[in-house]
Write a protein that binds this ligand. Structure first.
Ligand code: MRU
Length: 345
């Protein structure tokens, strides 16, 4: 299997990201409900990968329904998939594309038209991620050390990766000397997934805990930070994995460039600022337990926002497949997306 999400004959095959790095298990999903459940429990995760999986989930809903119930089945699946995770806009962008097919296709050819559209969206993510990796690598200097947070790699994109793709590309070009990966509490996407990907690509990598970032920025040379994104507002504010904001503030304090890499499918031109982005709140047990074992004492209430928003003033550049954007982002993003610039709250 080349990518973490793929269409195989009549179903979707996904890499179970929950079991990595211990086990490389592939799951065959035959219904949109199974796809929705896999997105909810983060078997499939990462903004672009969620979008691609949701598109294939809609194809399954259309395929599995009798012709007379097909339209309703697709409507229901769009609703159910749209309720899985609220922050990554790629999910909603993909569902919007699939709805357009429902609205415009001849019902006799709906399943074929839907599969064609889902494959097109997937191909688009693949080619975007290749371009983003090249553009991102162009920002990485010789003999560089680059810090990344969470996992914006192949498995998160069902393609070649964005931030991690750029780092691997820079390593291949002989420029990246060392990667620093944060562990990314509470679900350890950095420790489990980014280190796994970078190691497979042969990139020398140092794993640190999230709370060590300030120490290393102060005491060692870090050339830049490169992360992915789950949603970018019209003004350039960026929602990404919880902890990203703190790293961006630290980067600015240490005059380290902070680069966000994301396909245009991650840009939400309909919202003016990051304040309008819904932040997913996940289960308390992700914080209180590690690998199924409770580690926290009783007696405290627990919060678990899965993402935070980094205001655009902390972002040095946004790397997309259509170019590298710099402030003022409102103008740049408006030109890029053709969107008028977002509604007020
Ligand atoms: O909760 P997750 O693991 O789905 O969050 C993923 C991230 O925050 C990634 O950085 C983001 O989706 C970019 S993936 C190219």
């Amino acid at each position: 299997m080349r990518y973490s999400v793929e269409w195989i004959d009549d179903h979707v095959r996904v890499l179970n990201q929950r079991l990595l790095p211990g086990k490389e298990q592939y799951l065959d999903l035959f219904s949109s409900d199974e796809v929705a459940a896999a997105i909810c429990d983060m078997t499939i995760r990462g903004a672009p990968a969620i979008g691609v999986a949701a598109a294939y989930g809609i194809v399954l809903a259309a395929r599995n329904a009798p012709a007379s119930e097909r339209v309703q089945a697709v409507e229901d699946a769009i609703g159910a998939l749209g309720r899985t995770r609220p922050t990554a806009v790629n999910l909603f962008a993909a569902l919007k594309h699939m709805r357009r097919v429902l609205d415009t296709s001849n019902l006799d050819h709906l399943v074929d038209a839907m599969l064609q559209e889902a494959v097109r969206l997937h191909d688009e993510e693949i080619s975007s991620s290749i371009t983003i990796s090249r553009f991102g690598a162009s920002l990485i200097p010789e003999e560089a050390t680059v810090l990344t947070h969470c996992n914006a790699g192949m498995i998160a994109t069902a393609a070649h990766g964005t931030a991690v793709g750029a780092m691997v590309e820079a390593y291949t070009q002989g420029k990246l000397q060392r990667a620093i990966a944060t562990e990314t509490r509470p679900l350890l996407q950095g420790a489990r997934l980014t280190v796994w990907e970078l190691a497979r690509a042969g990139v020398p990598t140092v794993l640190i805990t999230d709370s060590m970032v300030g120490h290393f920025m102060r005491t060692t040379h870090i050339d830049c930070v490169m992360v992915g994104a789950d949603r970018i507002a019209a003004n350039g504010d960026v929602a990404n994995k919880i902890g990203t904001y703190a790293i961006a503030v630290l980067a600015k304090a240490h005059r380290i460039p902070f680069y966000v890499t994301a396909p245009c499918s991650t840009i939400d031109g309909s919202i003016r600022s990051g304040d309008q982005i819904e932040i997913e709140e996940r289960s308390e047990t992700e914080v209180t337990a590690l690998d199924g074992r409770t580690i926290a004492a009783n007696g405290a209430s627990v919060r678990n926002p899965a993402f935070d928003v980094t205001p655009h003033r902390f972002v040095t550049a946004i790397v997309t497949e259509r170019g590298i954007l710099r402030a003022p982002y409102t103008k740049e993003l408006r030109i890029l997306t053709g969107h008028p610039g977002g509604r007020r709250k």
